[in-house]
Write a protein that binds this ligand. Structure first.
Ligand SMILES: Cc1ncc(COP(=O)(O)O)c(C=O)c1O
Length: 415
């Protein structure tokens, strides 16, 4: 995405604003199909970026949307995805979310524990339907080199693989449920193809164990992919070309077994698809020289981008990839970039080298398409809610969602 398009978006629509290149996002999803020669369908995890215009644009390229709340199920429906092609995972589904999803005709409910299963079965029986379910399994191990690991230790996610023998027969005995497959998502943001393949090998072993215990021939297997995105200037991206030779043999071996021949395999992911194709655009509001530092105060801070400020699990905050869109040829100098909030922790970048940053200049932060706006405390200090701008078919559009979206479902999911 050229500097000029980002500058045009910032000047035309104003800041703070998130900018998503929907054309590049669509190309990236199509690339997954080509890379693995159709071995996997793509399930987009809405949590990564739930913008309605984005969901609508990518829907035709996906096999499913994965929702993690009834609110996300509703977003998927509003984007035009049939209920039958939505999965619903999440460790603490409210009773009303489980029953609500069944009432909406959700394709696959992902059971994270036997309590989910009991509630779902009772409701399905009461309605006279049978709900299709997947069981999420929590592996004993996750290879090193995943950014965040959700397994291999005590965790709220899924059924521990050591407990499958005890729990699967119970779930299968429930009259309102039909178990059709398994789901694993155990680690995220991995930039190493070998580690991803190693993880898929672990998944295949667990899927085989679960198949033996359950006796079903799975028709759905979800591979929570963990494909990562580089956030820092010196980080190398995931070499996706290196994945097929490592991953395809694992899938082919699994599918050659009679019990798995009808298994529809899906990559479940979000960040790799949208992350690199989104930027936060911000404008410099004020400046100050303070004790040897050149400080520039911007109109976006951690209220708009928690992750870039190092507050989403980073041990040490490091500078993300900034560009000065307004003065790209300016003389390079060192700046501290801060946001508009009345707290010293509102820092976007420390000692970052950029072309001269002046008041009114527009800056962009790269790798911001996933877990940007959706994961930020936008209400803090009541600054303007960021706009969302998209590039679609080569044209810029504003795609800021109405604020009511942020509140919907509260009444029906309470309790
Ligand atoms: C169950 C599940 N699926 C998919 C994802 C998407 O992960 P990513 O955006 O890193 O691909 C997550 C992220 O936490 C998740 O918890």
């Amino acid at each position: 995405m050229s500097v000029s398009k980002r500058l045009e978006a910032a000047s035309q629509f104003g800041t703070p604003a998130y900018f998503y290149d929907l054309d590049a996002i669509r190309t990236r999803i199509a690339l997954l199909g080509d890379l693995f020669a159709g071995r996997f369908g793509v399930s987009y995890a809405i949590k990564a970026n739930p913008n309605p215009a984005l969901l609508e644009a990518i829907k035709p390229l996906l096999s499913t949307f994965d929702a993690s709340s009834l609110g996300e199920v509703r977003r998927a429906l509003a984007a035009g995805m049939p209920a039958a092609r939505i999965t619903f995972s999440g460790p603490a589904k409210r009773r009303a979310e489980i029953t609500g999803a069944i009432d909406l005709g959700i394709g696959e409910l992902v059971l994270e524990n036997s309590r989910d299963a009991r509630i779902a079965s009772a409701h399905a029986v009461e309605k006279g339907v049978v709900q299709t379910v997947l069981v999420r399994i929590n592996p004993k191990e996750v290879p090193r080199r995943f950014g965040a690991s959700m397994a291999g230790t005590a965790s709220q996610f899924g059924i521990d693989e050591e407990c499958l023998e005890a729990e699967l027969p119970f779930i299968q005995s429930l009259p309102g449920l039909k178990l059709v497959g398994f789901h694993i998502y155990s680690g995220s943001n991995c930039l190493h193809a070998e580690a991803i393949a190693e993880n898929f090998e672990i998944f295949a072993r667990i899927f085989r164990d679960a198949q033996k215990i359950s006796g079903i021939a799975p028709t759905r297997l979800i591979f929570g992919s963990g494909f990562g995105v580089p956030y820092l200037p010196d980080e190398e991206g995931l070499d996706h070309e290196a994945l097929p030779p490592l991953v395809n043999p694992i899938i082919d071996a699994l599918k050659s077994e009679p019990a798995f021949k009808n298994a529809n395999c899906n990559l479940e992911l979000g960040r790799w698809i949208v992350g690199p194709n989104g930027w936060l655009l911000t404008q410099v509001v004020s400046e100050k020289q303070s004790r040897g530092k050149s400080i520039r105060m911007c109109d976006a801070g951690f209220n708009n981008h928690l992750a870039a400020c190092g507050m989403m699990g980073s041990v040490l905050p490091r500078n993300w990839i900034f560009e000065n869109l307004s003065n790209p040829a300016g003389e390079t100098a060192v700046f501290t970039l801060v946001g508009p909030l009345c707290t010293s922790i509102d820092r976007l970048a420390r000692d970052v080298h950029l072309p001269e940053v002046r008041i009114d200049d527009f800056l962009s932060i790269a790798s911001s398409g996933a877990y940007g706006l959706t994961a930020s405390p936008t209400q803090f200090i009541s600054h303007p809610y960021p706009k969302e701008i998209v590039l679609r078919d080569g044209e810029l559009f504003e795609a800021t969602e109405p604020l009511r979206y942020h509140r919907y479902d509260q009444a029906e999911t309470a309790g």
